[in-house]
Ligand binder design. Sequence first.
Ligand code: PLP
Ligand SMILES: N[C@@H](CCOP(=O)(O)O)C(=O)O
Length: 431
Amino acid sequence: MKYFSLNNREHTSNFENAVVRGLAPDKGLYFPENIDKLPASFFNNIQNLDKTEISFEAIKSFVGNEISNSALIDIIDQTVDFEFPIVEINDRIGSLELFHGPTLAFKDVGARFMAGSLGYFIKKGNLGKITVLVATSGDTGGAVANGFLGVEGIDVVILYPKGKVSEIQEKQLTTLGKNITALEVKGTFDDCQVMVKKAFLDSDITNERKLTSANSINVARWLPQMFYYLFAYKQLQKMDKKLVFSVPSGNFGNICAGLMAREIGLPIDHFIASNNANDTITSYMETEEYKTKPSVATISNAMDVGDPSNFVRILKLFKHDHAYLKEKFSAYSFNDEKTKNSMREVYSETGYIMDPHGAVGYLGLQKFLQTNPDYYGTFLETAHPVKFLNTVEEAINNKVAIPDSIQSLMEKQKKSLQISNYEDLKGYLLS
Ligand SMILES: Cc1ncc(COP(=O)(O)O)c(C=O)c1O
Ligand SMILES: N[C@@H](CCOP(=O)(O)O)C(=O)O
């Protein structure tokens, strides 16, 4: 499959090179040249397909013949070896739980698929050592650390904003050691993301080290996030209403993967980007003017993003047609108080515990359904509530059971290096 840079159509790449580079040489995000629709027979037969078969059909045209079918199936098998259930909240709303993987957040899918693909290309070719640079506002870091731990030929360097991730998130990305290094940045997630993108264009660094990204800018991190929308559809196919998904959004990679799943034929009528106080896209939908805003800290910290990377891909998917975008895509923002209230209400009414990100997704869905009675809605529960223990326990006024894996993680020693600016990052990468 051929990809091109969204900054300049002339910059093209195959899948392997897009994965190995992360970002195009002009700093643009890669986008597939062709998007093939899955045949109607795939959806008619979906009840008879398992997770690996569904994922393989969805991704194979994006990979082309660059990974052999049997290797691709192995990578997918290892990527989706946990459950993706939809839990009913009421007769109009379900929660698609994406937190049953090893780091308890939806990022495990993309991180594992990318680790498998990059590992395959390293083994096959003569690529030498690769440094995977990643910026995280909380969950990507842990998932990438876990997915790439011990992968031959890869060093991982994770940048995270100091004091702005939860205690469990920080432990997940700072305690593994081996080929994983965590850099604690004095600043916001957006600062981390800017530094990562700058490093790709810095020839002093790229002459010394081969760099790629494990953020959703990388097609191998972004595209497999389509899988769980298809798994969800398998569970929802029986519904006799139109379907809408509400996606708690920060960097917009997750919702953009859902929109790509729709593009390959998934019959989802509408998508909602549910945001916290970081409302760059909510404002864009009202004004049609894209104005980045400095990110503000919220209780749904992994969505504290002021300049979401993937929105350009969404505009491309909608061919820059604002009227078409508005018909199929809504964006709403909610503050922390509303988020906590919804966690409390849903818990007291149903006993279901939402994490703060899922709660923002729930709020967006609730708002949409108020004026759209002919839909059945699913919100994505993107992380396990235990990852935000204090916030959740305070909101529901009750204790959350802590899994054994988290108990032992909390006893491990955090190891990180402190950096303040780009020069510090450069110094580290050249050292
Ligand atoms: C728990 C959780 N929910 C939602 C998001 C937002 O997802 P995206 O950045 O793909 O919009 C993130 C971070 O990516 C997250 O970690
Ligand atoms: N919320 C993310 C931010 C980075 O998003 P990504 O999908 O582009 O990696 C996080 O948890 O780090």
